[in-house]
Write a protein that binds this ligand. Structure first.
Ligand SMILES: NC(=O)c1ccc[n+]([C@@H]2O[C@H](COP(=O)([O-])OP(=O)(O)OC[C@H]3O[C@@H](n4cnc5c(N)ncnc54)[C@H](OP(=O)(O)O)[C@@H]3O)[C@@H](O)[C@H]2O)c1
Length: 253
């Protein structure tokens, strides 16, 4: 089993890599700029006896994406499992202040990059094309279900597109040995959200809108991803799995 994780050097991707290593996957960890973090993670994983490599590449570049898969396959064997975790927040902006370049980058990474990673995966996994099948998990967001928190409508839209794409894609390849699901984390403490959550009042404000009253931890998302990747989820495809502490309860205070 070879697992490729985009954006795997930090946050949810890194935690998925750590836990996948315990389950016997060989892991290709893609990173864009976090070379040191990626190398440290590889060290951690290989020290525990699993196989892992770090693969640089920007999912916003089409040529990098094909190379990711080729490099992973050359080192670890055909990619059987893919987790698309690479993503960016796009900053905060009211619609009246939108910057076209920021929007283009946001959708190129969060949406189009993810879709092209799925394309590369299906080209290699599909039984229709001589592959042995596979499993894909796309990391979406609860933001897509509510239009995002204030200033995040663009980010929310980039993730809502991932949800819709994942459902359609899952149906397209369901008879070709490939399962596709999306996972929708709520607010999770990672490098992406740490700056916003560092302020205690802001964090309390956010936590008051979460049914369980707390933000999540990266491993709580990783565990759900690993279940979707596993044979325990053999009949699960085209699903959008919310892992959000019970969802949002806006207007409680
Ligand atoms: N944390 C949350 O509350 C939350 C909630 C819902 C959904 N999510 C989603 O979960 C996923 C993982 O985020 P995270 O919370 O774990 O934050 P994170 O630690 O910032 O992880 C995102 C990773 O994506 C990588 N990345 C960004 N652009 C890339 C590109 N063009 N090519 C390759 N890699 C790229 C980043 O590396 P570089 O910095 O090197 O580019 C980073 O390692 C994202 O898709 C995010 O939108 C997070």
């Amino acid at each position: 089993m070879t697992l490729l994780i985009t954006g795997g050097a930090s946050g949810i991707g890194a935690e998925t890599a750590r836990r996948a290593a315990e389950r016997g996957y060989s892991i290709a960890i893609n990173y864009r700029s976090r070379q040191r973090q990626a190398q440290a993670l590889i060290g951690e994983i290989t020290n525990r006896g699993a196989k892992a490599i770090a693969v640089p590449g920007d999912v916003a570049r089409e040529a990098d994406i094909a190379r990711l898969f080729d490099t992973a396959e050359a080192a670890l064997g055909p990619v059987t499992h893919l987790v698309n975790s690479a993503g960016i927040g796009g900053g905060d902006s009211r619609v009246e202040d939108f910057d076209a370049a920021v929007l283009a980058e946001l959708f190129t990474v969060n949406t189009i990059g993810l879709m092209l990673c799925c394309r590369e995966a299906v080209r290699r996994m599909s039984t229709r094309r001589g592959g042995k099948g596979g499993v894909i998990v796309n990391v979406s967001s609860m933001a897509g279900t509510i239009g995002g928190r204030p200033g995040k409508s663009h980010y929310a839209a980039s993730k809502a597109a991932v949800d819709s794409f994942s459902m359609g894609f899952a149906k397209e390849v369901a008879r070709e040995g490939i399962r596709v699901n999306a996972i929708r984390p709520g607010m999770i403490l990672t490098e992406m959200t740490e700056p916003g959550l560092a302020d205690e009042t802001a964090r309390a404000d956010i936590e008051s809108t979460i049914a369980m009253g707390r933000v999540g931890k990266a491993h709580e998302i990783a565990d759900a991803i690993l279940w979707l990747l596993s044979d325990e989820a053999s009949l699960v495809s085209g699903t959008l799995l919310d892992v959000s502490g019970g969802g949002f309860v806006f207007g409680r205070r």
